[in-house]
Design a protein around this ligand. Structure first.
Ligand SMILES: Cc1cc2nc3c(=O)[nH]c(=O)nc-3n(C[C@H](O)[C@H](O)[C@H](O)COP(=O)(O)OP(=O)(O)OC[C@H]3O[C@@H](n4cnc5c(N)ncnc54)[C@H](O)[C@@H]3O)c2cc1C
Length: 379
């Protein structure tokens, strides 16, 4: 079950003040004591409740992966490289306009547009990029709004704040796009639904983004500000390996930075994350190694499969088999992320039996501790 034995004081002591916060946003939005300000969750005043959802929902407090997996998919968490899978393939939008504004194939944007059009959802919670190229959450209620959210902003942003801000009596049917840590927080919320917030049943579609790591909002913004003319930037990209670069599209030019230079601005907490493919969502989407302009798509729930079937039927997505080599590389990268996380956690706690927030079986832990990870986390 969700940990519900501690409150906000402990959340700051054990997670936020230790630089373990992922900026998922599960603890803000409906709480008078905490806010997001300049890249961090800040305490305005100390809430004296001894137990709180803020602590229980945090993806860096004790997380029972078996309970989550059972709740979402009806099967236990096995530690399989890319999680619970119904289907995996590559896809891209059939709409050239969507593709041109999207990060890769525009699959995420196409799925949200289809969900809006077919009344599966009335609104989509996305992450837009403002004039300064900082991320900001948006509740998009039109196709134009969804299109405006296309593209990746690699800075972490507390997207779940926008969900928590929905009025308690809201009946709006929602789609939401989340990174893996945000998906874990959302899954923890589903295990033990909040009583003072809008119903989680309002979420009719969750789309997860693959993520190796995210960049620290404040520190990376300083880097960008000093190195590029921010208002002119139209896209950021971290192309799949072996590119090893961070690209900034400025008008027709592309300015590239070595990925090592950018990695310095990673969120420290990403080192302890097990999940590369957003395992706790309906559908997860990422890039395809070696193939530009397409997405890898992992379908996880029957609900996700139904939406993909609809997208095929209505000609929204072009779908192809994912090359076996791309799938093998994705699995290896995901396994390395899991292994590296467990090994880094043990380095931090100094105790093989203390995996901080992670609850996994003894056998899986030993397997991950024994797996070779190499020197550096790629992207
Ligand atoms: C921090 C981060 C790290 C990533 N790391 C990897 C990786 O290692 N490997 C990989 O294959 N793919 C990674 N991705 C995913 C990849 O960049 C694309 O988002 C994904 O392939 C979907 O492509 P698309 O063309 O369908 O997206 P689009 O149709 O352009 O839609 C992208 C969606 O992502 C949402 N979004 C943008 N920024 C954020 C954010 N900061 N937080 C939450 N949602 C956001 C937008 O609102 C939009 O709905 C990462 C994305 C992010 C945000």
């Amino acid at each position: 079950m969700v940990t519900k034995t501690k409150g906000m004081g402990e959340l700051f002591k054990e997670v936020i003040n230790k630089d373990l916060c992922t900026l998922c946003g599960a603890c803000i939005g409906d709480c008078p004591y905490t806010v997001f300000y300049r890249g961090k969750i800040r305490m305005l005043d100390l809430c004296t409740r001894e137990e709180g959802h803020c602590y229980g929902y945090c993806p860096r407090t004790r997380t029972d992966l078996d309970a989550i997996n059972n709740k979402l998919f009806g099967v236990p968490f096995t530690g399989a490289e890319i999680g619970t899978v119904k289907d995996v393939f590559m896809a891209r939008s059939r709409d050239a306009k969507v593709r041109s504004g999207a990060q890769y194939g525009g699959t995420v944007t196409s799925l949200l547009l289809l969900a809006l059009e077919s009344d599966l959802i009335n609104a989509a919670i996305t992450t837009n990029t403002d004039e300064d190229k900082l991320p900001e959450a948006s509740v998009a209620r039109s196709a134009a709004g969804v299109m405006a959210g296309a593209g990746s902003n690699y800075m972490a942003y507390p997207v779940l704040e926008a969900l928590n801000r929905m009025p308690k009596d809201s009946k709006e049917k929602l789609g939401i796009v989340v990174t893996p840590c945000q998906a874990i927080a959302l899954a923890k919320m589903r295990l033990d639904p909040p009583t003072q917030r809008a119903s989680l049943d309002n979420i009719r579609l969750s789309v997860g983004l693959f993520c190796t790591w995210a960049l620290a909002y404040d520190r990376f913004y300083e880097f960008l500000k000093n190195n590029v003319d921010l208002p002119k930037v139209r896209k950021f990209d971290i192309p799949p390996p072996p590119a090893n670069r961070f690209d900034v599209y400025i008008g027709k030019e592309v300015k590239s930075f070595p990925l090592d230079e950018v990695r310095k601005y990673r969120m420290p907490t990403c080192a302890y994350c097990l999940d590369m493919t957003a395992e706790f969502t309906d559908i997860s989407v990422g890039s395809v190694e070696g193939i530009e302009g397409w997405n890898t798509v992992i379908v996880r729930t029957q609900h996700g499969a139904d939406i993909i079937a609809e997208a095929k039927k209505k000609g929204k997505l072009e779908i192809k088999d994912l090359p076996a080599q791309s799938l093998a590389h994705l699995k290896e990268a995901s396994l390395i992320k899991k292994a590296r996380a467990v090994q880094e956690i043990v380095k931090k706690t100094g105790d093989k039996n203390d995996l901080m927030y992670i609850d996994i079986s003894h056998d899986l832990k030993e397997k991950l501790l024994g797996h070779k990870v190499g020197a550096q986390g790629g992207h």
